[in-house]
Design a protein around this ligand. Structure first.
Ligand SMILES: Cc1ncc(COP(=O)(O)O)c(C=O)c1O
Length: 457
């Protein structure tokens, strides 16, 4: 049986020692295994936001001292993001709401006739926007690193001469954790005269990215997955396509002069940042980039690899548990795993882990329906007597504040559930999630609203 390894957290986060209520009236330190959805804020990020807030004022719109300062902080934040991603000085940093927003912005900027090459393993954010604005060639979910490279090689050869071509790839799978060979994909793309966009929503918090050394044309990330949950993300890269594109947000800040019928637009970056910008989000994102940069992304990656090894050992110790992988021999896998436990619908297992063990995971299909159809073709396990559900699974994902102790707690909880040791009875709510039939957990004192929904009411 796998013992918890002595892996310590490497950076403190806000709420890292949160106590959550359990069924039956006790409490436990929460084990946060849901970093791939959203990370907590780094304490350093929270401090940077708290220090900035007294000076918070309008950006690019005021002459007061705080406005000048806020404008300067907003513009400096671009440098922090640029440095974190190793982008060159001629690459533009555009602040967006998140990765989804960044992909939509780039997708809308594709020149007419663009072909986008992507795979069925992508998050919906890196699939659906392209379908709207370009011709999409969806390659199969790769079953090996070599298969991934070879299907891109072939697709690039086939689309040569058809107009602008873009490889739109993730940096790492949000479902199975493999780190994608983005440097090699960039080389293949450029050799074929194509460009490459990397969805780094998952990669950026776990591995160093040197976009100029790798030759990436565009990279997108989300602050809320990078320990800066204040509503900011970024699209970083070449000004090609973007400088000519019509902004998809129209309004103040993006225009030099407005006439009776038309408007003269600013250049980049203002052209694509209409409206009052989210300077607090930008300050938070910059602080996360600076903090992780000083911690050293190589150290972050080393911690993550240790956690990944231990996570897979722990999951391997649970009878009846199946872990899903795209290519099992991947050299580099993030500390993220997706699995099912025989006899337990994923949403029920996630509810049990939360209500009885204080462990937060995500269940479902992770905004990657095409990939889940490939990984779990027969649907998720069903409860006895129930029909099989849609493809789905449970995902555990770790971060800089995760520890070997967290993994020990996960292993003990899963083995208890596998052995039939579930304390409560669970029923499915209208939204598909599961809740204990009799839930005696309450919100923290003073929190408004009713606690958990009454299932089946
Ligand atoms: C790989 C990947 N890309 C894109 C996204 C979308 O990110 P956001 O919801 O921050 O826009 C996610 C979110 O889970 C993701 O995992």
């Amino acid at each position: 049986m796998a013992a918890a390894l002595p892996i310590a957290p490497i950076a403190p986060v806000v709420g890292g020692d949160l106590a959550v209520p359990l069924l039956g009236g006790s409490e436990a330190r929460q084990v946060n295994l849901d970093h791939a959805a959203s990370t907590p804020a780094l304490e350093a990020v929270w401090r940077a936001v708290a220090e900035f807030l007294p000076w918070y004022a309008s950006v690019h719109r005021g002459d007061g001292y705080p406005s000048r300062l806020s404008t300067a902080r907003y513009e400096q934040a671009r440098q922090s993001v640029r440095r974190f991603l190793g982008a060159t000085s001629d690459h533009v940093v555009l602040f967006t709401r998140n990765t989804t927003d960044a992909v939509n912005l780039l997708a809308r900027s594709c020149p007419p006739g663009t072909t986008v090459l992507t795979t069925a393993a992508e998050h919906h954010a890196n699939l659906l926007p392209w379908r709207r604005y370009a011709t999409v060639v969806e390659l199969p979910a790769p079953t090996s690193r070599a298969a991934l490279l070879s299907s891109y090689r072939q697709a690039l050869a086939e689309s040569r001469g058809s107009g602008p071509v873009l490889v739109a790839t993730t940096g790492a799978s949000n479902v199975t954790g493999e780190v994608w060979p983005i440097g090699e994909l960039a080389e293949l793309a450029h050799r074929a005269g194509a460009r490459i966009f990397v969805d780094a929503a998952q990669l950026a918090p776990h591995r160093p990215i040197d976009s100029s050394a790798l030759g990436l044309d565009w990279v997108a990330l989300s602050g809320h997955k990078l320990y800066a949950p204040f509503g900011s993300g970024a699209l970083v890269g070449s000004s090609a396509w973007l400088e000519a594109a019509d902004p998809y947000l129209q309004g103040g800040g993006a225009v030099r002069r407005v006439g009776a019928t038309g408007a003269e637009l600013h250049g980049l970056p203002a052209r694509h940042e209409a409206g009052s910008p989210n300077v607090v989000g930008a300050v938070a994102l910059a602080s996360a980039c600076d903090t992780l940069g000083s911690l050293g992304m190589d150290g972050v990656a080393a911690h993550d690899r240790e956690l990944a090894g231990s996570l897979h050992d722990v999951l391997g110790s649970v009878p009846g548990l199946t872990t899903y992988r795209l290519w099992p021999d991947a050299g580099d896998v993030m500390a993220l795993a997706t699995f099912n436990l025989a006899g337990h619908p994923p949403a029920e297992l996630a509810a049990v882990l939360s209500a009885e063990h204080g462990i937060a995971v995500r269940s479902g299909s992770f905004c990657a329906h095409r990939l889940l159809e490939h990984l779990v073709p027969d649907g998720a396990p069903a409860a006895p007597g129930c029909e099989r559900t849609l493809p789905g699974a449970v995902r555990a994902s770790l971060g800089v504040s995760s520890s070997g102790d967290d993994l020990g707690r996960l292993g003990r909880a899963l083995r208890t559930v596998a052995a039939g040791g579930t304390r409560g009875r669970y029923r499915q709510a209208a939204d598909g999630s599961f809740l204990p039939e009799r839930d005696d957990r309450s919100w923290p004192a003073g929190w408004p609203g009713a606690p958990f929904a009454t299932v089946g009411a």
